[in-house]
Write a protein that binds this ligand. Structure first.
Ligand SMILES: [Zn+2]
Length: 75
């Protein structure tokens, strides 16, 4: 029974390390995302002319659209 105990112990340690790595990775992504987000970067919808933030716009071949419907209609 000694072998099984060691196995469960190692699995527990592996699980804790995995959770800590996931948490660390998640925090790093959140920190890296912040500077790239530009609030005033607006792009114009090629279909209706509405200005939308670049991070919310749908882009295709250097063209931007305010929604999927307008992208599909402009094809
Ligand atoms: Zn549009």
């Amino acid at each position: 029974m000694f072998g099984i105990r060691i196995l469960i112990y190692l699995l527990g340690i592996a699980l804790v390390i995995w959770i800590l790595l996931r948490l660390a990775r998640g925090q790093r992504q959140r920190v890296e995302k912040k500077p790239t987000r530009q609030v005033n970067d607006m792009v114009r919808c090629e279909h209706c002319g509405t200005f939308v933030p670049r991070h919310e716009a749908i882009s295709e071949d250097e063209h931007y659209y305010c929604c999927n419907q307008h992208r599909d209609e402009d094809r």
